[in-house]
Design a protein around this ligand. Structure first.
Ligand SMILES: Cc1cc2nc3c(=O)[nH]c(=O)nc-3n(C[C@H](O)[C@H](O)[C@H](O)COP(=O)(O)O)c2cc1C
Length: 347
């Protein structure tokens, strides 16, 4: 798949996710094999105002490349101005959000709302493509609701507007995140245009990645929720695509190490207070199913000292190790039987 100078065969891509795909998480996914990563979406209006939180979201690191910045907005003017500012942060490409379903975005005529105004969507896409010298792509849904599915028209418009690729989430706006993503509609989108199509929606395993490539004929695959607490999904998918073999499930050691790595990256990019705070919602997904997880999670989310958090994770790992030596863990680290032994932690 080619976008500007980026040329990757069957890329497996980290989806943009607000409050998730910050620099720390993007780098973690990159280390675990993501081919391309996206920033969280950033409001064009906020970029225009120079709002500090939004400007911070535009920053990236050399280790993340290739990385795309995603912007959203509801007017040609704000989008052109924001695109030029975003370009100065030197991402590999810019992406326009035409898919966000949430009220604060779609309720204001941006994101998925533009699926109801195809002329305006075309105008924004072509104005942004002309305003910057970086490649520009778009991400969208298959329609506003099930009575107005218009993805084939939309992808043709995006191609005509100069988009270099389009990511399609196989749901309508009215679906929000309910039901199953419709991969058949993504296949139709792929047939309808000649720019690369990136398929998105309901990838939870490496096998899903292989199935989605086969069912949609897409050029790339984008993973959102399936990567949260599970950055291993990228290397697993790449390995399966390249060799036809499955990597073993991550062990408890791998999962605890990923939590530790995420914490360190979080501390590197945020100050200590926010680095620690923002990690709190991630522990349960990294450690899900491991023995005694609720106890250790309760300790981790109350702790403010990163050194103590690292110590707790180390103790937890040692406790898992002891159970493993007794043969009481199955692959992936979960318990063989359903009673949780008491874990002895010093805190
Ligand atoms: C917490 C969260 C935040 C999201 N934020 C964005 C965003 O900023 N921009 C965007 O285009 N999509 C966003 N999405 C949608 C995802 O990129 C993706 O399209 C969707 O989750 C479907 O893919 P999945 O089934 O692999 O999760 C978000 C999704 C979640 C769960």
């Amino acid at each position: 798949m080619r976008i500007g100078k980026i040329d990757i065969d069957r890329p497996v891509i980290l989806a943009p996710m607000e409050d998730v795909t910050d620099r720390a998480f993007r780098q973690l996914c990159k280390r675990h094999g993501a081919d391309i990563v996206y920033t969280e979406f950033v409001s064009a209006e906020a970029i225009r105002r120079g709002a500090e939180k939004s400007m911070r979201k535009l920053r990236m690191d050399a280790h993340e490349r290739p990385v795309a910045v995603q912007i959203f907005g509801n007017t040609v003017e704000s989008m052109i101005e924001a695109a030029a500012i975003a370009e100065s942060f030197d991402p590999d490409y810019l992406d326009i959000n035409f898919g966000c379903p949430v009220k604060k975005v779609a309720g204001r005529g941006a994101g998925a709302a533009l699926l109801k105004e195809p002329e305006k969507l075309s105008a924004i896409a072509s104005a942004v493509a002309r305003a910057v010298s970086l490649p520009v792509t778009a991400k969208t849904r298959i329609g506003w609701d099930h009575d107005s599915i218009n993805i084939t028209d939309i992808v043709r418009r995006l191609e005509d507007a100069g988009m270099q690729a389009v990511a399609v989430h196989g749901r309508t706006r009215s679906d929000m995140y309910k039901g199953r993503a419709d991969w058949g509609r993504i296949a139709e989108a792929k047939q309808a245009c000649s720019i690369p199509v990136i398929a998105n929606g309901d990838i939870w395993s490496a096998d899903d990645v292989v199935a989605m490539f086969a069912e949609t004929g897409a050029d790339g695959i984008m993973i959102g929720r399936g990567s949260i607490g599970n950055p291993f999904i990228f290397s697993q998918a790449k390995h399966l695509l390249q060799t036809g073999d499955r990597l073993p499930l991550p062990s408890y050691r791998d999962r605890i190490e990923a939590a530790r790595e995420h914490l360190h990256l979080s501390l590197e990019y945020k100050d200590e207070k926010y680095g620690v705070l923002e990690m709190r919602r991630h522990y349960s997904t990294y450690l899900k199913g491991l023995p005694g997880v609720s106890k250790v999670r309760n300790l981790l989310v109350r702790e403010t000292d990163p050194a103590v958090i690292v110590e707790l994770l180390g103790q937890f790992e040692a406790a898992c190790e002891a159970l493993d030596r007794e043969g009481r863990l199955k692959e992936g680290g979960e318990f063989l039987n359903d009673h949780s032994p008491k874990l002895i932690l010093n805190y």
